[in-house]
Design a protein around this ligand. Sequence first.
Ligand SMILES: [Zn+2]
Length: 379
Amino acid sequence: VTIAHTLSELVNLNSVSARSNVEIVSYLQKRCEEVGFSTSHFPYTDEHGVEKVNLVALAGTDRTTDGAAELALVGHTDTVPFDPGWGDALKLTRRDGNLYGRGACDTKGFLAAALTAAHSVDLRSLRRPLALVFTADEEAGCIGAKHLAAGQVLRVRYAIVGEPTSLTPMRAGKGYCLADLTVHGKEAHSAYPALGASAIYRAARLLAQLERIGNELTANVHAEFDPPFTTLNVGLISGGTAKNVVPAQCRLTLEWRPIPGQGSQYLLDLLTKAITSEMQSDPDFECTVSALRADDGFETSVDSPLVRFLAESSGHEPGTIAFGTEAPQLIELGAQPVVFGPGNIRVAHRTDEFVGAEQLDRCATILGQAIRRFCCQTR
Ligand SMILES: [Zn+2]
């Protein structure tokens, strides 16, 4: 089976995040079992009541005492939706050395490369366990990987998390955090403002503090990122009910991307301090904070054997990424993760996403070498 054929079968199985991924998981399970992996399903029901499955395929576990996988190749099974006008979204199409289809770049190209690599190794030659981990709902907020991490279903030493990085090993990534703030006031007829308290004026004072916090965050530098600090954005604001009503409520949506090592709590603490200082000058000031997402950043040392191996075999210096991945969940499973895969992130999530056929082949070769280096060689 050629890698392009495997990719075409994967692209053909519609696995947009809203649908169940049971079909693509059965395909992956079959492809893993035919070369000798043992597989386990970790099902859950998503927030819309749809059945989702994480699949873990293991080989060589009898050659270890602690049960930890030496190397895990991790890829998500879901894709973002596609425009109904893209007639060939589910039909892999080759043009000028590139393979087009939904997921070809993000991240079915990596899945095809991982299967091809696993098929290229005689699993009986493993000295240390190898895991293939296929997750659900990455595009919906790494939900599948979070289930695996919460359940601690396996332990991993080194993990290659498949995402389109044009075969550059990405050893660090910023986190992703979201919070909704609701500033409360007291409604009144606008002709008699003293009878109420404007939530919008209060929110404006808090906003000025948020802008100050955003500026202060730039002092804490992680030089390998662009920009090299935690960024903060108030992306949404809404409040009030009518032009002649003193507004009772104003809502803000706050998003920040913390540099690795700075937990999501750091910003939340600064926010609490800002709210407390507002309450000192306005005893009735009230703001409720609901933290919606708190995905930490990650960082694997440049000296990690996996970073060094991938840099050497790809010929690319290790880099950093600003987009979210499942690397933090792999850290929770004990791993040193590196994000790596074929395809360019700039063509992901859009109509006509593609992966270069040559890059896809190279990825399979490098993943095969990684399996031999980490799971087969004597130490
Ligand atoms: Zn992806």
